[in-house]
Design a protein around this ligand. Structure first.
Ligand code: TNX
Length: 512
């Protein structure tokens, strides 16, 4: 029987016999600290399944009976994230060019464990060679609409990494709450992170009802550093998102001078898109640069996400001051102003050696020269950007929105709308037929997004995420040629004990 792996590896050859993994096995990691850390994380994961191993540079004191060796070994075919895993009766050899590959090999190894493990596990002898199809394998969590504790953010990253995802996009600011401490502008964490109450039920229900409960939360810089460190150990890059020029009501509530009307306003208490938008004063650009400076210090990621989506421009159109500013800045219309805004912030980010990514609306009025595009309103924006030679992450709501219903069933908890069953996520392919082979090279990968208007708890966030995130994982890691829905479903069913062992609350529609 073939082992049940998600995402499916590039190649797998089964051999005779099995290796018995038990307390007498040692993990030998060599001297590189990043490899030792990979070994330690594997030990922790195996301990959670009831197998206690020793992990050390040499494989432990004395002569261990059996070893699993983690080796850095040059193999150009494997790239920076690939690995080769050999399991024989005598031992296990895992080799890769870099620690990331060893980490992914360990995730595969974890899935080779049988459903029931009691102190020891028989691992089938085999050879796996594997590497990802795309370099950007992402998941986004919105912590503005609802806030999630650090422990949950870590668990979310840990689980994503175990399915070989490598980008955690952290949506930190929006109309309903600002969630990251900025030392230079303390009102963001004080005022901007709190709302007086929250909408009850769906936004469609009229009249609107509210819960009268103050709600808030904000990550301190120390907590942010801890999350970034935790993710890095799991070979996950955290990409922070700071929204502009729209989705800015919480920031404007904290500092009314950033807005177009300068009136005192509240952090938004219900869903939908706010009309509050940053003004275009020099002081506002300076404010955002100061915010981004602190953000870049906290997040070492190559990309900083500037949002850019759904910027309602009524307040810009209605403002004489904006008209004056547009003349001064030499922009023709409000689309031009959005484009100026993003391009100006891009210059600042580029000057610090980083790049920006934004939602596909940043194409409107002209794309900033070096920007990457995250395509959510279908694939058209991503296709246009790739054709123009810009990097693209595909995340169309039709296939990637984890806030949509996953089944047509009266029992489903309230969600924003839409319908995205597991099978449809599985069908997602980041490379669209409109792209030539050359243009396709600009597609960095794909991403699922969990917006949290209707997701108020960690349990619910997991329910919406799993197993759909596993379908995305296969779509961005595994070779396209081998993808097969029935095979995925069968593997998913047999990985149920694995999901359970990880303590994940997953939806069971496809597992029944
Ligand atoms: C659109 S996707 C948004 C979010 C909402 C989401 C709900 C995107 C860039 N913007 O602000 O939460 O729809 O599905």
């Amino acid at each position: 029987m073939l082992p049940n792996l998600i995402p499916a590896p590039q190649s797998l050859e089964m051999l005779e016999g099995s290796f018995v993994l038990d307390g007498a096995t040692a993990i030998a990691c060599g001297d590189a600290p990043e490899v030792l850390r990979v070994g330690e994380l594997l030990c922790e994961a195996l301990a959670a399944r009831g197998i206690a191993l020793k992990c050390a540079a040499s494989g432990g004191a004395g002569k261990p009976a059996k070893t699993m060796r983690l080796l850095l070994e040059r193999n150009p075919a494997l790239g920076s994230e690939g690995y080769r895993l050999e399991v024989s009766r005598q031992g296990v050899k895992l080799a890769a060019n870099a620690a990331a590959g060893l980490f992914y090999g360990c995730q595969t190894f974890r899935q080779l464990l049988p459903a029931e493990v009691e102190g020891a596990a028989a691992i089938p002898c085999l050879v796996i060679e594997d590497k990802p199809r795309f370099p950007w394998r992402g998941v986004m969590l919105d912590v503005s609409r609802h806030w999630f504790p650090v422990a949950f953010v870590k668990k979310y990253i840990d689980a994503a990494a175990s399915f070989k995802l490598n980008v955690f996009h952290w949506h930190l600011t929006d109309d309903q709450g600002w969630r990251i401490e900025i030392r230079k502008h303390p009102e963001l964490a004080a005022m901007g992170a709190q709302r007086s109450e929250t909408l009850v039920g769906h936004l469609r229900e009229q009249p609107m009802r509210f819960d009268s409960q103050p709600y808030g939360g904000c990550y301190t810089q120390e907590q942010v550093r801890e999350v970034v460190r935790y993710a890095a150990e799991r070979h996950v890059t955290v990409v922070p998102e700071i929204e502009m020029p729209g989705h800015a009501q919480a920031a404007i509530a904290a500092y009314p001078d950033l807005g177009c009307t300068r009136e005192a306003i509240n952090v938004r208490t219900y869903w939908g898109i706010s009309n509050y938008i940053y003004n275009a004063e020099e002081a506002t650009f300076r404010f955002l640069e100061e915010v981004l400076s602190e953000v870049m210090e906290l997040f070492p990621s190559e990309y900083i996400h500037l949002g850019g989506d759904e910027a309602h421009k009524e307040q810009w159109r209605a403002s004489c001051r904006i008209e004056e500013r547009m003349r001064e800045l030499g922009v023709a219309d409000v689309d031009g102003l959005q484009s100026y805004f993003i391009a100006r912030m891009e210059r600042f980010v580029n000057a610090q050696g980083r790049k920006i990514v934004g939602w596909d609306e940043i194409l409107e009025g002209g794309l900033a020269p070096n920007a990457a595009v995250m395509s959510w309103r279908g694939a058209a924006g991503g296709i246009a950007a790739a054709k123009a030679g810009h990097p693209v992450v595909m995340s169309p709501y039709s296939h990637c929105y984890l806030d949509y219903y996953q089944a047509q069933d009266d029992e489903e908890p309230l969600a924003i709308g839409g319908l995205l069953p597991l099978e449809k996520v599985y069908e997602f392919d980041p490379i669209f037929p409109e792209l030539s082979a050359e243009e396709g090279k600009f597609v960095l990968g794909g991403q699922c997004n969990l917006w949290t208007e209707y997701v108020a708890s960690p349990e619910q966030a997991e329910y919406m995420t799993y197993p759909r995130l596993l379908a995305l994982a296969e779509g961005v890691w595994s070779p396209k040629a081998g993808k097969q829905w029935q095979s995925f479903l069968a593997r998913l069913r047999s990985l149920e004990p694995h999901l359970r062992a990880m303590g994940l609350n997953f939806a069971r529609h496809a597992l029944r």
